[in-house]
Design a protein around this ligand. Structure first.
Ligand code: KG4
Ligand code: ZN
Length: 331
């Protein structure tokens, strides 16, 4: 059994976790910066980097104390090395390097997207490669063939905004606050998803790519028209996103050149209950197993980085201490 310490700091959550190769989460700590960014209606990179720098060392100490472990008992240090807001990524990666150097442990530089991609395997021991992954977060909206550790094939991506970004912008437009996803989901619960006619960009198009920019503009026009209730706009927007995600994933499933063991959904938007249910139904229609991590593991966290780091460590993939943080890093 190995124990991995994982560090995440690529956006607005500072997170540290200790996870074993036996899928035991020994501890996980998270400091969210939501309150610091709320007045600006979005994540401010400078504020984020400073907050990560303040929080990261106490979180490492707290995670170790919670697990009753000394750093010497950890087998490897995993840290997000990108993609993300570069200031924050640097804080987490430098912390990981310092711990690895100081304790004489190997460093595993983890791609944040790989953390999301493998997160379902932490909680579902039966999930085997290959699987089809719908990765829906604040920065990404992709369909990926996950063939093994470090082996990812991108089948489709967004041609403009990410799904989470569309939720965040819609929340801002509707004055629902920050962070946007949960706020829109809550408002949508009180609204009528058929009340506002909104477009479904790329629906039915031959390649399974995504697009959400036109939807965002239509939400803006609906909000400015004064003809609709906020809750109805939220519900109609959410339904349009559901329809797009289902149609595009259906298209990908029909054109696959491999037999997936499951449809897996991950990333912050996978925390949305309506979206989870819709994708689960699509999987059932295709006779496929559906796997989505528990909600806390969908949004950014340290456990997914520790787990992905552990999977890489087990495959013999460690990194030199001079590895650089990368703001952009496609899987
Ligand atoms: O994976 P994540 O925590 O960070 C990134 O890697 O981007 O995803 C954050 C995104 C945000 O855009 C947020 O609004 C969205 O996930 N999100 C949701 C929900 N919870 C978080 N979107 C829809 N419904 C939710 N319940
Ligand atoms: Zn993420």
């Amino acid at each position: 059994m190995t124990i991995i310490l994982g560090i995440e700091s690529s956006c607005d959550e500072t997170a540290v976790a200790l996870v074993t190769s036996e899928r035991e989460i020994l501890s996980h700590k998270l400091a969210t910066q939501e309150d610091a960014h709320r007045p600006y209606g979005g994540v401010v990179p400078e504020i984020a980097a400073r907050a990560h720098a303040e929080k990261i060392a106490p979180l490492v100490e707290a995670a170790l104390a919670d697990a009753g472990l000394a750093l010497a008992e950890v087998d490897a240090i995993a840290a997000t090395a990108g993609p993300g807001l570069i200031g924050g990524v640097m804080v987490g990666l430098v912390t990981g390097k310092a711990l690895a150097h100081g304790a004489g442990k190997p460093l595993v530089a983890v791609n944040h997207l790989e953390g999301h991609a493998l997160s379902a395997r932490l909680t579902d021991p039966d999930l085997q490669f290959p699987y089809l992954l719908l990765l829906v977060s604040g920065g990404h909206c992709q369909l990926l063939a996950v063939e093994g550790v470090g082996r990812y094939r991108r089948l489709a991506t967004t041609i403009d905004d990410a799904a989470g970004e569309a939720f965040d912008k819609t929340a801002k437009l509707l004055g629902l606050g920050f962070p946007g996803g949960p706020a829109v989901e809550a408002a949508a619960r009180e609204g009528d998803p058929t009340a506002v006619p909104l477009p479904r960009p790329l629906l039915g198009s031959p390649e399974p790519h995504f697009s959400f920019a036109g939807l965002k503009s239509a939400v803006m026009r609906a909000a400015q028209s004064g003809d609709y209730q906020t809750n109805d706009i939220a519900a109609s927007f959410q339904q349009a996103v559901v329809d797009c995600l289902v149609d595009r994933t259906d298209k990908a499933l029909k054109g696959l050149d491999f037999a997936p063991s499951a449809l897996v959904m991950a990333g912050g938007v996978a925390a949305n209950a309506i979206i989870r249910t819709a994708l689960q139904r699509l999987s059932a229609d295709h006779g496929l197993a559906f796997v989505a991590p528990p909600l806390w593991l969908c949004t950014d966290n340290g456990a997914m980085i520790a787990w992905a780091g552990g999977e890489r460590f087990a495959a013999g993939l460690t990194d030199p201490l001079d590895i650089a943080a990368r703001p952009r890093w496609p899987l």
